[in-house]
Design a protein around this ligand. Sequence first.
Ligand SMILES: *[C@@H]1O[C@H](CO)[C@@H](O)[C@H](O)[C@H]1NC(C)=O
Ligand SMILES: *[C@@H]1O[C@H](CO)[C@@H](O)[C@H](O)[C@H]1NC(C)=O
Ligand SMILES: *[C@@H]1O[C@H](CO)[C@@H](O)[C@H](O)[C@H]1NC(C)=O
Length: 380
Amino acid sequence: MIARSPWDRLKTKNFYMILVLVAVSTVAVWILSSPSPNLQTIVSKTQSGIKMASSLQIKEHQELIVDPTYLRRLGLAAGNSVTSVSVDAVGNQLVGLDDVPDILPSPKVTSGLPVIASAVRPDLFKEAAVLMKSVQSFLPEYKVIMYDLGLSTSEQVLLTKYCNSTWNCETTQFKFDKYPAHIKYLNIWSYRPLCIQETLNKYGAVIWVDDGHYFINGNLSNTLSRAREFGIQGWTIKDPTSSFTHLTMFKFFNMDQGSYYFQHAVESSHLVVYNTEKIARDLMLPWVKCALLEECISPPGAQNSGCNYFRRPLYKYSGCHRYDMSALNIILGKAFKFEEELYTSKDKVFGSLLHDQMLAENKTGPEYDMRLGVNQQVKI
Ligand SMILES: *[C@@H]1O[C@H](CO)[C@@H](O)[C@H](O)[C@H]1NC(C)=O
Ligand SMILES: *[C@@H]1O[C@H](CO)[C@@H](O)[C@H](O)[C@H]1NC(C)=O
Ligand SMILES: *[C@@H]1O[C@H](CO)[C@@H](O)[C@H](O)[C@H]1NC(C)=O
């Protein structure tokens, strides 16, 4: 070992510091003056990321613009037609709300019975069991599709055991990875229009039942013939659409809140839908697009709690948004020119577990009415 004086050590230290400084500035100058291929790749990747994101973003006038890939997968856009697909500033193909009729393929139709379809949310297998039992006792001749929305293994076992081929029941995993990321947030209900459209595209007609609803009647002849005639039948609640629809959502459909002050809303938890041309073009397409666009289905500031049930007048926004149901009713008003008798049913077909529970607990009042359909009221 050579003994070194403190002065030597200081010199060595300075030398290394200068060396590091020179190295750092050389690298910095090199990066700044001539971007390396790696850096260019990063930059272009970022740009294409922005491009991809922009194809799903709202435009100035809150347009319903979504990636046509999703629509094609759902049978709502043709596979190869590009004639009416517009191209935006950064080169993305865009399918606007108004240029769609040209590229909408013929919808799949059926002359047979609709299928009954539902979606099972995690921890809510019991609701599904009640529905399945009601199908077995009232409508055993129907095919049943149960969507699994990400059940635990134990619930999955229960579901596949209960829903089996002996009574024509089929389970299917909802493919969240095929859709935009927000679809997985079950509390904004985006999956509902998507499940309904997937089922329509495959079977041509669907009776959708979920969220604690079940059949109380096996005679659907009147409901089905009306659904065949008008394309859709729903069941109304007392409250008007304007009372639970965030103001921003109306802009996506070029409608104003005032038009919906006296429209009785139908619930999206039980619907009968036939895949007619009109329904595909005027109802399912805009509904699915809104579901695929987070800003539409769940506008910033929209929430589903803290409602003002005692607001006056009743048509004012209660502060509670109902996501897919809000969108459905805006679209129904537009598609049926506010003639709600056409698409609403008065047949007593469905029961509701929530309603049953409230009856058992003797609860009444506007805060319950808002949640419950007037047509489901069971007299005991
Ligand atoms: C099929 O489902 C029925 C009713 O849900 C059930 O009673 C039966 O045990 C199931 N069959 C099998 C093989 O699991
Ligand atoms: C079903 O209901 C309709 C009225 O909605 C009635 O005319 C028909 O007779 C009923 N069918 C059966 C089998 O009860
Ligand atoms: C509900 O009201 C009925 C009478 O109207 C009563 O017999 C029953 O005990 C009440 N139930 C509850 C849970 O309070």
